[in-house]
Design a protein around this ligand. Structure first.
Ligand code: PMP
Length: 418
């Protein structure tokens, strides 16, 4: 068989999304939002209400945050410290941040991670060896799925939040590790980022009475938003003690970069010496660490930010329901609006919202979800206003009407100069 040139092959097979790059690029994919991060920004020169940014508590542009970021950048620059933490990149601020994070989520120890994605992806294989079994929710974020695929032993998925199916997998896993001498790890999310469903942590924790396993949760969307103190979805469900390892990223409520994992000191120290994505990568720059300390302080000391977020969440979600929209089973700020239509109709509707109604939402469509479905995914934040919600509800009603009368089939999709 003739040997193919790799780059020629990539042209022939651009990937499930890459296939549509020409139609998507610069508008649906890689759009440029301009202006300060907030409820209203600019897209292609026009003001839009933005429902696509995980700035849950509005910290991205909080004056104290901005001041701390700027001062830390002026004092330390982006270089400091150089090297991986294990070698030359350790500072007292890194240690302080992980200690404060651990205390906040009521765990004895914490470990900072440079990015959520590489962090969780690397935690899973660091914890496990080939004798072990990892069991995970089938709707888990790509970073978990990729971590699971780095595990050299057995992996088992269970349908999203299906506790009976999880129990069946646990039974199989127990039989397997009896033969191999291995152990079992269950991984799920606190809040699922697409549906807004909470992971059924309480029920999973209850299964620990019957089966020997450890539980790791990725609470990217729950940290800072869920629970009486904002400590996360396990706090919300009253099961902090049953969740053995708690992971969250700073990319959402903290409006920053980085992530952390918290749990028993011996496990955290084990990870410190065994997690390849951190051992072989440069330490987080100090302006980011110091900026994260500030964000954590605000998150703890200003519960009014979380209260404001939830006020907006309740108003948006109840408004959507009153207007007859299907928002599924969300029990978190993540707010999906389920519609039906073709990919072309979805594209037309999202463009219509952006161009003619001044509303920027992300549309999720085929090939990410099955053909015929459209999900508009809204992320309410503490800086949204009732006016933003009212305008959005009105616009959504109008575009739903257009969708029903096949307007987006008849009218050509807005054409873009990209
Ligand atoms: N886990 C989940 C559940 C996420 O939603 C994300 C996306 N931010 C990540 C991990 C990756 O985090 P980061 O952006 O910090 O790499």
């Amino acid at each position: 068989m003739a040997v193919k040139d790799l780059f020629e092959r990539l042209k022939e097979r651009p990937g499930p999304l890459g296939r549509f790059a020409r139609q998507l690029h610069g508008y649906y994919a890689f759009p440029q939002l301009e202006g300060p991060i907030g409820n209203r920004m600019y897209f292609r020169g026009k003001e839009v209400i933005v429902w696509s940014i995980n700035n849950y508590l509005g910290l991205a542009n909080h004056p104290e945050v901005r001041e701390t970021d700027a001062k830390a950048a002026a004092e330390w620059g982006l270089a400091y410290p150089m090297g991986a933490r294990m070698m030359t990149g350790e500072t007292k601020y890194h240690i302080q941040l992980e200690n404060e994070l651990a205390e906040f989520v009521k765990r004895p120890a914490g470990l900072l991670l440079n990015y959520g994605y590489q962090g969780i992806m690397s935690i899973i294989p660091a914890l496990l060896d080939r004798r072990d079994v990892v069991i995970y929710d089938a709707e888990s974020h790509a970073s978990i799925v990729d971590g699971v695929h780095l595990h050299k032993g057995k992996r088992m998925a269970y349908p999203h939040n299906d506790i009976e199916a999880l129990e069946k997998q646990l039974k199989r896993a127990v039989e397997h590790v009896k033969r191999t001498g291995g152990a079992i790890l269950v991984v799920t999310e606190g809040v699922f980022g697409m549906s807004g469903n909470q992971g059924r942590l309480k029920e999973i924790v209850a299964l620990k009475e019957k089966y020997p396993f450890r539980l790791l949760i990725d609470d990217a969307h729950g940290f800072g938003t869920m629970g009486p103190t904002g400590a996360g979805t396990d706090e919300e469900q009253g099961v902090q003690e049953g969740v053995d390892l708690y992971f969250a990223t700073f990319a959402k409520a903290m409006a920053s970069i980085g992530a952390f994992i918290a749990g028993p000191p011996e496990v955290i120290n084990y990870l410190r010496y065994n997690i390849r994505s951190q051992i072989f990568a440069k330490s987080l720059p100090l302006p980011i660490v110091i900026g994260n300390l500030k964000r954590l302080e605000l998150l703890r000391s200003k519960p009014e930010l979380r209260e404001k977020l939830w006020q907006v969440v309740r108003s948006l979600q109840s408004g959507l329901k009153e207007f007859g929209f299907n928002i599924g089973t969300t029990s978190s700020p993540v707010t999906p609006v389920y519609l039906s239509g073709s990919m072309e109709e979805a594209a037309g509707l999202v463009a219509d919202l952006r161009e003619n109604y001044g509303i920027f939402v992300s549309g999720v469509m085929y090939p990410v979800i099955p053909k015929g479905q459209i999900i508009l995914r809204l992320i309410p934040t503490a800086v949204h206003t009732q006016e933003d919600i009212d305008e959005t509800l009105k616009a959504f009603s109008e575009v739903r009407e257009k969708l029903a009368t096949k307007y987006y089939v008849k009218e050509p999709v807005v054409t873009f100069n990209v």
